[in-house]
Ligand binder design. Structure first.
Ligand SMILES: [Zn+2]
Length: 349
């Protein structure tokens, strides 16, 4: 008999206004009374205050609080080794680095982890991997999905607009990632997990129904990004959320003089790849116009030289990872698109 997929998914999911004040309540309901809090350095102090006040109200002991500024593996391991005693849960509050470190420390101790992102710049807050650096190089290390995902939509709405746009860019990459996955099946027989692909595809369409900067738009973006993390967990690979557009972004991280936010690179690369794939380019363009994504990139355009180099390097980054970039020499087509497509022309100079 074939094995069926069995995974651990978040037990608690809240995406609503005021959820930050209720984290203490959620912890108490789950009997997670001894807690470690890891928050981002530079986080608005009032946000941390709100978390701590809610915890106090519900009798949650804060056994340690750490402000996270570095996301290297060595610091995360040291933090784990020096924990005063085993906590019942770990809460990560803030942005990428703090959440990645909290998730990894929780994973090392098999401790329930609550992700409380204060912005939505990518789908990492609910993924099965931690993005940490090892000797200065960014690496994805195995970790576990959070026990709880708590998103205060009003808090995320207040985050700098560029972070939310980065989240939008990361989300639309599901269009091109799934097309690459299906291409890899046709060319190499790499099996597609239908449920993961379906879930991932559905997330974009739910956000497209209301891509606005209000709490409802933020709620849709948050749940869409979260479900992408779960789609990856379902099939045990990053395929449903990451294809050739992510390879270009990884290449840019390595070679750019000034790498940008993950989702900004991924979003522009998604549009570029969608033109090669002839896959939903108008939809992506319309969404980027509506949200102001294009405008934000045009204000600080990418370097054409770096992008061409990134496209050249991209297919060599991941072994056995077939995408449209492996299917043919795409460089001449891409050069032409950078010259002729008005969106790309204004964003990559
Ligand atoms: Zn991504």
């Amino acid at each position: 008999m074939m094995n069926q997929t069995q995974i651990a998914i978040p037990t608690l999911v809240r995406a609503k206004e005021g959820a930050l004040d209720r984290v203490g309540l959620y912890l108490s309901r789950a009997e997670h009374r001894d807690v470690i809090v890891l928050s981002s350095k530079g986080l608005v102090p009032a946000l941390l205050e709100r978390l701590l006040t809610g915890m106090k109200e519900h009798g949650i002991n804060e056994i340690l609080r750490v402000e996270v500024s570095e996301n290297d593996l060595e610091s995360a391991a040291r933090l784990f080794a020096n924990l005063p005693r085993t906590p019942k849960a770990i809460v990560g509050l803030g942005g990428g680095k703090a959440l990645d470190v909290a998730k990894y420390v929780a994973f090392l101790g098999r401790t329930p982890y609550y992700a409380v992102p204060t912005s939505l710049s990518n789908d990492g807050f609910c993924s099965h991997q931690s993005s940490l650096t090892i000797q200065g190089k960014r690496r994805s290390l195995p970790a576990a999905l959070p026990y709880g995902v708590v998103i205060d939509t009003a808090v995320c709405l207040q985050a700098p607009r560029i972070l939310t746009l980065s989240g939008v860019g990361d989300l639309v990459s599901k269009f091109t990632a799934i097309a690459d996955w299906k291409l890899a099946f046709r060319e190499n027989g790499e099996l597609v997990n239908d449920f993961a692909a379906l879930l991932s595809d559905g997330t974009i369409h739910s956000y497209l129904s209301h891509p606005a900067f209000d709490t409802e738009g933020i709620r849709l973006l948050a749940t869409a990004l979260m479900l992408n993390g779960i789609a990856m967990e379902i099939c045990g690979s990053s395929r449903p959320a990451s294809g050739s557009e992510h390879l270009i972004s990884h290449a840019l991280d390595g070679l750019s003089a000034r790498p940008r936010l993950h989702g900004l690179q991924v979003g522009v690369a998604t549009y570029l790849i969608s033109l090669l794939q002839k896959n939903n380019s108008e939809r992506i363009d319309a969404l980027f116009k509506k949200t102001g994504f294009w405008k934000a990139i045009q204000e600080d355009p990418f370097s054409r030289r770096e992008w061409l180099e990134a496209v050249r390097v991209a297919p060599t980054i991941k072994r056995d990872f077939y995408t449209v970039l492996s299917s043919r020499d795409t460089l001449p087509e891409i050069e032409r698109l950078l010259d002729e497509d008005p969106n790309l022309k204004s964003c990559i100079q």
